[in-house]
Design a protein around this ligand. Structure first.
Ligand SMILES: Cc1cc2nc3c(=O)[nH]c(=O)nc-3n(C[C@H](O)[C@H](O)[C@H](O)COP(=O)(O)OP(=O)(O)OC[C@H]3O[C@@H](n4cnc5c(N)ncnc54)[C@H](O)[C@@H]3O)c2cc1C
Length: 601
């Protein structure tokens, strides 16, 4: 199955939702001119279609292999990675002072979306490296930045993120990997990590591992964690990186999907010689890791978008070709399945949900850009609190709602294919298998929902959700009184009212028993949030489309489809958000009403 990057759609969302023209005038983003962004999306589309997509199926079948401490990817991966490096793609969003192109994160996201649609397993290599770049830009010493960050930005080397240990998954504070300081100021690491994405591979000359570990006498929990950089290769006397560090991949997971992404068990310091460097301050590990994780959480949300888009493209192509059954009630000759109302329903659900999820992801990424630009301008003194707060609020929603949507749309894609989707031949099954990890890693979606209700809603006294809801309400009021756009109003109004009631209820629960009720409602609440904001952002696009049609600008068919898609989402999906008010606010009683032993009966 081929992949064609949806560049016109991406461009439209960048303009109307991320407000790219507004971003391009902020400090540091002057390179994001319309021509430049068009050229970037066009070139990335070629890389993803020609180099990444053809490796998706073969990578799934062959997977990565570990032998003698070396992980080998299937033929073609190392060459495709070399082309990614040649094209300068690794440094797109990185700071120019270290050799990056300084483009907005949201533009880098649009490129990452294409690479992920084309080949999710492979794109994880780039995603983890981007996270390492963010962490080192924000927290490493100049010396580490000059040595390691610059080579991550060229793409010569790749990066990893090492948190998880067998007893420390969601509870990162339980990790045990130890670090000790040496007289020369370097550190030694000892311990092992599991599930490390692209922890070892043969595509790049060196791998920069960012590792969370605990110093002796560090306090328990996350406060006692520090962040370290441990390279696979260290410099020799000539400064060439030829000396193997005391770390290696000792195992490779067999798993449901993303077979071409090596998921490694890593051993650090088997011979007490794993040399590492401190990133940031001792005990400041979570700060650095959060920089990396927040970035990665938006990029994982983007994986949901990307896999939904890829699934949709496959399902649409199949539905236009497959002939089966006469139309309902019409009799006569069999028709292509795209003519059946139920298949159209599935395709429209996929199209609308994918576009809503993309809009949410780009909207959140643009908020990150606004917060960063303000930081740059003020020399880190006065961050744009509103933009930063919005990014904080929306990051768990983006991560969880978009990845849940990715799984649901990949499953619906299989349904469109019928039996051909369940067998491996068409590639539709691979999308579902690949999509399934995204709700789990980078903090499970359950943890995202708890982060939303437990931390994000309460930030700055609830200012961020209040501002967001006020903006949504104003946009709904501003919809015209008649026509297609007016028909969005009642659905969005109802969902917003339900979301606001749920928010007030959740944030009002304060004692221990009530907090269990809040935790019980967290996941359906996050879904409500995602659907409502998704519906609002599609409405924004519909308004922008209608204005362009009125001015006679752009591709009229594309713009008209935007209005229809917003209406479909409002009428068919948004009522699900309204209906979730009950489930969110029912509390935890029934969850615990059957004693644990009774659950097994
Ligand atoms: C393919 C793959 C790649 C990965 N890549 C990396 C990587 O590169 N680096 C890295 O460090 N890690 C990586 N991970 C690890 C991943 O981030 C963890 O699997 C994830 O954080 C969940 O941890 P866990 O598997 O231990 O599940 P657990 O934490 O045991 O969770 C099990 C279930 O319990 C729920 N749960 C746990 N705690 C709570 C709570 N407080 N309240 C409510 N529910 C809770 C969870 O939501 C989940 O449903 C990867 C994992 C996989 C499978």
């Amino acid at each position: 199955m081929t992949y064609t990057a949806p560049t016109a759609e991406q461009r439209f969302v960048l303009d109307t939702i991320a407000d790219l023209p507004g971003l391009a005038v902020l400090p540091g983003f002057d390179g994001a001119t319309p021509d430049m962004v068009d050229a970037i999306l066009g070139e990335a589309a070629k890389l993803s279609a020609n180099d990444f997509a053809p490796l998706n199926g073969p990578g799934d079948k062959a997977g990565a292999r570990l032998a003698n401490d070396v992980v080998t990817l299937p033929p073609g991966f190392a060459d495709a990675y070399a082309r990614y490096v040649e094209g300068g793609w690794a440094g797109l969003g990185a700071k120019p002072v270290f050799g990056g192109q300084g483009l907005p994160f949201v533009v880098a996201c649009a490129v990452q979306e294409q690479l992920t649609s084309a080949n999710m397993a492979f794109s994880l290599c780039m995603m983890l490296s981007q996270g390492a770049i963010e962490a080192l830009q924000g927290h490493a010493s100049l010396e580490l930045q000059e040595t390691y960050l610059t080579r991550l930005i060229t793409g010569e080397w790749t990066g990893t993120m090492n948190l998880t240990e067998p007893q420390a998954g969601s509870d990162v504070g339980a990790l045990r990997t130890r670090a000790t300081v040496h007289a020369d100021g370097t550190y030694r690491l000892e311990g092992s990590k599991i599930y490390i994405t692209w922890g070892e591979h043969d595509c790049a000359a060196n791998i920069v591992h960012l590792v969370l570990a605990r110093l002796p006498d560090a306090p328990p929990g996350t406060k006692g964690l520090s962040l370290f950089l441990a390279p696979k290769f260290l410099p020799d006397a000539n400064g060439d990186f030829t000396v193997r560090n005391d770390l290696r991949a000792v195992g490779l997971e067999r798993k449901l999907g993303i077979h071409a992404s090596p998921t490694c068990t890593m051993a650090f310091g088997e011979h007490d010689q794993c040399i590492a460097f401190l990133v940031g301050a001792e005990g400041g590990g979570m700060r650095g890791m959060f920089t990396m994780m927040n970035h990665a959480r938006i990029n994982v949300g983007l994986q949901g978008v990307a896999i939904a888009e890829r699934s949709y493209q496959g399902a649409l192509a199949f539905a236009r070709d497959r002939v089966q059954s006469a139309k309902f009630g019409a009799g006569g000759a069999p028709v292509r399945i795209i003519e059946h109302a139920d298949v159209r329903r599935m395709l429209m659900t996929m199209k609308a949900t994918t576009e809503a999820a993309r809009a949410l992801t780009y909207f959140t990424a643009a908020a990150v850009d606004r917060a960063h630009a303000a930081n740059e301008a003020a020399n880190d003194a006065v961050p744009d609190a509103a933009a930063a707060g919005r990014a904080d609020l929306l990051t768990p929603v983006t991560k969880a709602w978009c990845t849940d949507s990715g799984v649901e749309m990949a499953s619906l894609g299989i349904q469109v294919f019928g039996g051909m989707g369940f067998v491996e031949e068409t590639g539709a099954a691979q999308h579902l298998r690949d999509a399934r990890i995204a709700p789990i890693y980078e903090g499970t979606n359950g943890i995202q929902a708890l982060d939303l209700v437990g931390r994000k809603l309460g930030m700055d006294g609830g200012a961020h959700w209040r501002t967001l809801f006020a903006e949504i309400r104003q946009d709904i009021r501003d919809l015209p009184p008649r026509g297609d756009l007016a028909m969005l109003k009642p659905y969005l109004d109802d969902a917003l009212a339900a979301l606001e009631s749920a928010t007030v209820w959740l944030t009002g629960n304060r004692d221990a028993a009530a907090l269990t009720d809040t935790a019980a409602g967290a996941t359906p609440y996050l879904r409500m949030f995602g659907i409502t904001v998704g519906g609002w952002l599609l409405a924004r696009q519909a308004v922008a489309a209608s204005e362009r049609i009125a001015r006679g600008e752009g591709d009229a068919a594309f713009l008209r489809a935007k209005i229809v898609t917003a209406r479909f989402f409002a009428e068919q999906i948004v009522p699900q958000a309204t209906a979730l008010l009950g489930p969110v606010t029912r509390g935890a009683d029934l969850l615990f009403a059957i004693p644990e032993a009774g659950l097994a009966a």
